[in-house]
Write a protein that binds this ligand. Structure first.
Ligand SMILES: [Zn+2]
Ligand SMILES: [Zn+2]
Length: 73
């Protein structure tokens, strides 16, 4: 079995997306743990848009992979 980084968590996540607060959250950010909807979840990286692009806007999506992410700490 291959380890999949992104797993839909429809059963364990309830409530609204913590980014837009208008759609039902279906994913959990692997970095900050925020529950987010598919629109605000970077499935390639398994993180919410805030973690994927801290300097971006809330509506940013599908940011092309560029430079490596700077060290988190
Ligand atoms: Zn959202
Ligand atoms: Zn996050």
């Amino acid at each position: 079995m291959k380890c999949v980084g992104v797993v839909p968590t429809g059963m364990s996540v309830t409530g609204l997306c913590q980014v837009c607060e208008s759609r039902e959250a279906e994913y959990t950010c692997h970095q900050c743990g925020a529950a987010v909807c598919p629109v605000h979840f970077e499935q390639d990286r398994g993180v919410c848009v805030h973690c994927a692009d801290p300097d971006g806007t809330e509506d940013v999506f599908a940011q092309p992979a560029g430079d490596d992410v700077p060290e988190f700490r």
